[in-house]
Design a protein around this ligand. Sequence first.
Ligand SMILES: [Zn+2]
Length: 163
Amino acid sequence: MTAEPITGIVTPIRLDYTYTPGTAPSGFLRGMKEGRILGRRCPQCSKVYVPPRGSCPMCGVEFADEVEVADTGTLVTFAVVNVNFANRVIDLPYVSGEVRFDGSDTTSMVLVQGIPVDEVRMGMRVKAHWLPREEWDFTFANIDYVEPIDEPDADYDSYREFV
Ligand SMILES: [Zn+2]
């Protein structure tokens, strides 16, 4: 008798941890609790980071002003997802995308809903769909998804550096 080679094993893994945000991310999370998207502006290059970090990764200087950005933005890129993952079951296929919220110089990963998957496109203008206010917590998950708004698509040159 010949033994069959082992080609794979399933190993359930769980990791419990407590996240302690620094000063800048704490401000962002407090903003989320109030339904606001807060970033910070670099005093040297003027870029706005959402969520903020302690210092600008390009200039190496400490961020200064806290800046509130809009909950509307441009979908700069996306992927059609055909496999679900643990703890979040969404009808397949769905779209995961990167949105540059208006006023921000970074992008955020979001779920895209409210439009057939085959109609989603780069440059599409979107707006955050927030959970009901009574469910808001100190988390970006307060934004359940983004959905298209009735605005012309953004010109590629306006978001090309974020693709
Ligand atoms: Zn900078």
